[in-house]
Design a protein around this ligand. Structure first.
Ligand code: SAH
Length: 246
């Protein structure tokens, strides 16, 4: 498959600044949505047991409504996934928070994300980690996310178009890997790209229903893994060599 590298305006390499959303530079007054966002974090996320203060802060900061088509913007902070075009969806806010907390980010990590989609989860990761590498198989979706993330000053994000089930070998190892599409099995190649001590969070199951799995690589040995079950979920399919075939 042809791989295209989409760089941010300042050039990803050499840029060391962590992404910070500047509401003013986006040129949009967000007070109206800020209230909805704070309410979302209280009623959907804190109340369901997410406690990592950095994750809560990131969810209070990233303007989720900008990642959603204008026609659905007023539903941006609702307790459900929403369509983003091409048959894909932006995940429910709680699922984003749950998966992000499971990655245990402290600010210095290199993170791999498979399934950029709207770029919302990418922005949350960019708030919490040093650098984010995100792979999206649909070019039009990737370029829309790239533009939006640029406009919000997330300069610590690199996006590429391709089959993310291969991972991003040149940039490995990663302290954290997140897959935001449902896989039939755990792609071995992603486990191999995890750093020792690294966390991989992904939905695994059939086309309709999956279980969120957290794998921790306990040592250099890629077979020395701890596996945890984070509960049921429903994602669009991970399509690729080590995912579903269509
Ligand atoms: N995290 C996203 C959710 C996107 S939905 C968000 O917050 O909006 C899942 C995305 O995974 C879709 O955009 C889909 O095109 C993408 N995808 C599916 N299989 C993929 C693969 N093998 N490699 C990269 N992206 C893939």
């Amino acid at each position: 498959m042809k791989i295209g590298l989409l760089c941010d305006k300042r050039g990803f390499k050499g840029s060391r600044s962590r992404g910070k959303c500047s509401e003013i530079s986006a040129g949009i007054v967000m007070d109206r949505y800020r209230k909805q966002r704070l309410r979302m974090v209280d009623s959907q996320i804190r109340s369901r047991g997410i406690t990592d203060p950095h994750v809560l802060k990131a969810m209070e900061t990233v303007p989720r409504h900008l990642f959603i088509d204008k026609g659905l913007m007023d539903q941006a902070y609702n307790d459900n996934p929403l369509p983003i075009g091409e048959g894909q969806t932006i995940s429910q806010p709680y699922i984003v928070a749950l998966m992000t907390e499971a990655l245990e980010l402290r600010g210095k990590e290199k993170v791999l994300e498979i399934g950029t989609g709207s770029g919302y989860q990418t922005a949350i990761l960019a708030e919490l980690a040093e650098r984010v590498f995100s792979v999206e198989r649909i070019a039009s979706i990737a370029s829309k996310a790239r533009k939006l993330l640029d406009s919000l000053n997330y300069f610590n994000v690199a996006i590429r178009v391709g089959d993310g089930t291969y991972g991003w070998r040149e940039e490995s190892p990663f302290e954290a890997i997140i897959v935001t599409a449902g896989a039939p099995d755990i792609p071995r190649i992603l486990v191999e790209q995890l750093a020792s001590g690294g966390r991989l969070v992904l939905p695994v199951g059939d086309r309709n229903l999956q279980t969120l799995i957290k794998l921790t690589r306990l040592s250099e040995d890629a077979n020395n893994l701890k596996k945890e079950d984070l509960g049921g979920c429903r994602f669009v399919s991970l399509v690729g060599e080590y995912g579903w075939k269509d």
